[in-house]
Design a protein around this ligand. Sequence first.
Ligand code: ZN
Length: 300
Amino acid sequence: MKKEILRIPIFVLILFIGIGYLISAEKLKVYISVDMEGITGVVNRDQVSSTGKDYNIARKWMAEETNAAIQGALDAGATEIVVNDSHGSMRNIILSDLHPSAYLITGSPKPLSMMQGLDGSFDAVIFIGYHAKAGTKDGVLDHTYSSSSIHSIKINNIEMPELGINALVAGYFDVPVVLISGDSAVCSQAKELLGEEVETVTVKEGIGRYAAKCSSLKKACELIREKTKIALEKREKIKPFKINPPYTFELEFNYSYQADYPELIPGVKRKDGRTVCFVIKDFIEGFKLMRALIALARSQ
Ligand code: ZN
C-alpha cells in the first residue's frame, strides 16, 4: 500500500518532466529566401548589379531587411533559421553583416537556385526583397528569373512571378510561404496567387520600372520584424501552395533565337517562334529543367 502511494507522485513528476521537455524541444525551422530588387531604396540596375556604383550600399540594405526577418523569427521562437541569398551571383549578403543566429547559403549555381536548402523539415518560408513578374506595370525592376531572356513563364496556364514558382517548390515539400516583402506590385501578386492569409510587407510603391516611393530602411525593417512574428505565429492557417500534377511549363522568351537551343532538349516542344513547353509529373524535375532551358536561352 505504501508503495502505491509513492508511485503516484513519481508518475506525475515524470509526466511533468516529459511535458516540459516536449515544450522546450518544440522546433521552429524557418527558411528565408532573399532577393534584391524588392528591397526598399532599390530602383535601378546600378544597385543590383555587382559592378554597379551603388551596389555596395544596396547589399547592406539587403542584409538589414534580412536581419529584420531573422529578428522577427527569433521573436516567434525560431530554433533554426537558414537564409538563402537568391539574387544574381547569390553572393550579395556579406556574412559578417548577417545576424549571427542564422546560417547563410551563398554562391551559385545551386540545384534549387532561390530555394536551395529547403526541405520538408522546415516549418515556414519567408521571401524578402521579392519583385513582380516580367511585364508588370509599376513593378520595380520587374522580371521573371531572367530579364534578358524571359517574357513570361506559365505553369498549367497560370502566368507566374518568381514568388509563385518558388512557392510551388516550397509546396512540394509541404511548407507554406507565410510572408513576402517587396514593392506594392509583388505584394498584390502574392495575395492573388497564395491567398489573403499570406502576410505581406510593402516597402515601396513603384512609379514605373525604375522609380519608387520608398519607406525608410528603419520603417521597412520594423514592419518586416513585426509581420514576420505574426506570420510565423499563424503559420498553421496558411496552406502550402500546390498545383495538381502533371505540370505544363510554358516558357516564352524575349526573342525567337532564344528558343532555338531549348527546343533541342528531348521532351521540349516548340510552341511558336518564341515559346517552348514541356509536360512533367515531378515539380522539382520541372523546375530544374526550366532553369536549364533559361540557361541555354541565355548562352547565345
Ligand atoms: Zn534578383
